[in-house]
Ligand binder design. Structure first.
Ligand SMILES: [Zn+2]
Length: 135
């Protein structure tokens, strides 16, 4: 079965989470994420994706979640994604890539609860206890 390797970056400042409103399928609000290239490690992939999509520079990261998600179809038509999700501190000012996102924002957990999230990020936030009613 064909699968892709993906990395995600949960970037937090002052209890607010950086989310982008994706212009590409799968749509919805999401953390910075992308496919790992064959020639790079997961850590290198997350650093690269954060720079490409936001111009921020990751200064610290911690792997917080990993799962092979079988229902997570991407724009290339692959359903299975082997995810590594990192919680990251990142420096700089956000400059979004218009090819990736319509907009971005720093959202509280309560605000995230009311956003239309990309399904896999809704799932990760629930798994990580970020989305809950204990605001
Ligand atoms: Zn994919």
């Amino acid at each position: 079965m064909s699968k892709h390797y993906s990395v995600g970056a949960i970037i937090i400042r002052s209890d607010r989470y950086l989310l982008i409103d994706r212009v590409k399928f799968p749509f919805g609000y999401a953390c910075v994420a992308g496919h790992r290239n064959p020639d790079e490690t997961d850590e290198e992939a997350v650093d690269r994706e954060v720079i490409e999509e936001t111009k921020l520079v990751v200064v610290r990261k911690k792997l917080v979640y990993t799962e092979v998600v079988p229902w997570n179809t991407c724009s290339k038509g692959i359903n299975v994604h082997d995810w590594k999700v990192y919680e990251c501190d990142a420096t700089g000012d956000v400059l979004i890539d218009p090819g990736e996102a319509k907009s971005y924002g720093w959202y509280t957990r309560e605000e995230i609860y009311n956003l239309n999230l990309e399904p896999v990020w809704k799932y990760f936030f629930e798994k990580l206890g970020i989305l809950g009613r204990n605001f």
